[in-house]
Design a protein around this ligand. Sequence first.
Ligand code: FES
Length: 140
Amino acid sequence: MLYSEKVLDHFTNPRNVGEIADADGVGEVGNAKCGDIMRMYLKIDGNVITDVKFKTFGCGAAIATSSMATELIKGATIDDALKLSNKAVVEALDGLPTSKIHCSVLAEQAIKSALSDYYTRQGIDPEPIVGPIGECEACH
Ligand code: FES
């Protein structure tokens, strides 16, 4: 079986899909190579991510990893969300085929991009906290 049951579950029944109209931070990342785009919306109260929604115009692996990533950061602190790596998301899904690992990078980048937007809205320079949001190495 190419995909784990968890990947198939999150692909066919993705959690936290949608938009948050009054989001505190919105991030959008795209991949020029495959054309996939991911948008992440965060509601933040104090230091905690109280709600998260996403929209992914992309492949099944991108949808599954976004879905799992939103589950992992909902209720988490900003610090923990910033530490969430694409590797941890892939592990939580019981793995991905090697050729689809790059898809999981989009979710990590989208979270960082949304947190960067949050800090910018707060009047804080996000770069020292979030760091630069690089492109997916596997895709270039
Ligand atoms: Fe582009 Fe999966 S093929 S994110």
